[in-house]
Ligand binder design. Structure first.
Ligand SMILES: [Zn+2]
Length: 365
C-alpha cells in the first residue's frame, strides 16, 4: 500500500520552514496548484513526490505521514511588536511551537508532570494580579531566585523558541489546559527572566477568551512582569529613594533583573523623580546597560527537561530515539530545548522506546 500524506502535516512542515506555497513549488518543481491540493486533502502525492517534499522540507517522510495535527490558532498567541513581524515569521513560530507541543505530549505520556497552577485573573490590574500570583505561590515579597524552576514547579511547560524565530521575543499559550512558554534562549539571563515573567503575565491576564493583541496587552504583560519580579513592598523596603547608579547596580543583583528594568520600576513606584530617572538611564547607558547586562547572571535552564532527559537516558532512550518516535530529526529536537538543557542533546544509537509507568517528577522551585 502506498504511504498516504497527512495534509495538516505538509502545511505544518512548510510553515515550520518559513516557506510559502510558491517557495515550496520553486524548491520542488511541484506546481502551486498541486501543493495546495495536497494541503487541502483534495489530491494525494505519489511516493516519489512525497520523498521530494520531505527532502525540500528537511523532514523525515514519516513526519508527513504521521497523525493529523491541529494548528495553534493565530488568535491563541500575543506576539510582541506584532506589526513588525512578517506573517511568515509568525507562522514559523506557531508551527515550531506546535512541534514542541508534540514533544511535550510525548514526554507527558511517560512522566507525570506538575499540575498546572496558573490562575486566570483577567479582571485584575497587572500589579494586583502579580501580587495575587505571588501570594498563591507562597513567594511573599522575596526575590525569585530561579524563574524557570518556579514556573515549572507550578505546571508551566517551558520550551525554546527555534533559532529562526529569534525576532520573536517569546510567546505563551494554553494547550489542552496546560500553560506553555516559549523563550528566546539567546538573551541575557536577566532578559530571559523578564520574558518569562512577561509571558506569565499573558497567561494570567489574557488567556480567558480571545487573546488581546497590540501595545496595550504588551504593556500590561510588562507591568505584570515588573511587579512579579520586583514586588512593590519588597522594593519599597530597600531604601532606594533617589537611588544612585551604584544602588541600582546593587539592587539589580538582589532582584536578578536588568539595571534598566529596576530603574523603570523605581520610577513607576515614585522612588525617583522624572529627572532622576532620565539621569540614571543616561549613566547606565554609558556603562553599557542599555545594550546588554555587563557582569550579568547566567541564563536559567530547565530543571524539568534536564530531569526528563537524564531519566530517559538512564533507560537507554536517546535523543535519537525520541526524534525517531516524533518523526523529526535530532537537530529539530534540539531546536526546541536549546539553551534549556545544559548542553546540546547528543545523538546516539536508536533503540526502541518502551512505554513505562509515568514516574512523577519532583521539582524544587
Ligand atoms: Zn507579550
Amino acid at each position: 500500500m502506498n504511504p498516504i500524506l497527512t495534509p495538516t502535516r505538509l502545511s505544518l512542515a512548510r510553515k515550520r520552514r518559513g516557506m510559502t506555497l510558491v517557495q515550496l513549488s520553486q524548491a520542488t518543481g511541484i506546481s502551486v496548484r498541486s501543493l495546495s491540493a495536497y494541503e487541502h486533502g483534495r489530491q494525494r502525492p505519489g511516493p516519489e513526490t512525497l520523498q521530494e517534499l520531505a527532502r525540500a522540507l528537511d523532514m523525515p517522510v514519516g513526519f508527513l505521514l504521521a497523525s493529523d495535527v491541529e494548528e495553534i490558532p493565530v488568535d491563541a498567541i500575543s506576539f510582541r511588536a506584532i506589526t513588525k513581524l512578517p506573517a511568515s515569521t509568525r507562522d514559523m513560530a506557531r508551527s515550531a511551537g506546535r512541534i514542541a507541543l508534540l514533544l511535550s505530549e510525548w514526554i507527558e505520556q511517560r512522566f507525570e508532570l506538575p499540575e498546572p497552577d496558573v490562575p486566570s485573573l483577567p479582571r485584575l490590574d497587572p500589579e494586583t494580579a502579580a501580587e495575587v500570583v505571588r501570594a498563591r505561590w507562597g513567594l511573599g515579597e522575596a526575590p525569585i531566585p530561579h524563574m524557570l524552576r518556579l514556573l515549572e514547579a507550578h505546571g508551566v511547560r517551558v520550551y525554546s523558541l527555534a533559532e529562526e524565530c529569534a525576532t520573536v521575543d517569546a510567546f505563551s499559550l494554553f494547550w489542552n489546559g496546560a500553560p506553555y512558554i516559549f523563550l528566546n534562549t539567546a538573551k541575557s539571563g536577566e532578559r530571559g527572566r523578564f520574558d518569562a515573567a512577561h509571558e506569565l503575565g499573558h497567561l494570567v491576564l489574557h488567556s480567558e477568551h480571545r487573546v488581546p493583541h497590540g501595545p496595550e496587552a504588551e504593556q500590561e504583560a510588562n507591568r505584570f512582569a515588573a511587579a512579579f519580579l520586583m514586588p512593590r513592598s519588597g522594593v519599597l523596603a530597600q531604601q532606594l529613594v533617589n537611588a544612585t547608579v551604584d544602588r541600582v547596580l546593587a539592587g539589580k543583583q538582589v532582584w536578578r533583573v536588568a539595571a534598566m528594568a529596576l530603574t523603570h520600576r523605581l520610577h513607576d513606584l515614585g522612588l525617583i523623580t522624572d529627572w532622576g530617572y532620565r539621569t540614571l538611564c543616561v549613566n547606565l547607558s554609558r556603562l553599557g546597560y542599555r545594550r546588554g547586562e555587563p557582569g550579568g547572571i547566567p541564563r536559567e535552564t530547565s530543571q524539568l527537561l534536564d530531569k526528563v532527559f537524564r531519566a530517559l537516558r538512564a533507560d537507554g532512550i536517546t535523543p535519537a530515539t525520541i526524534a525517531a518516535d516524533l518523526n523529526i530529526t535530532v537537530e529539530e529536537l534540539n531546536q526546541h530545548v536549546f539553551g534549556l538543557v545544559p548542553v546540546g542533546l547528543p545523538g546516539g544509537a536508536t533503540t526502541r522506546s518502551r512505554r513505562r509507568d509515568r514516574p512523577p517528577l519532583s521539582l524544587v522551585p
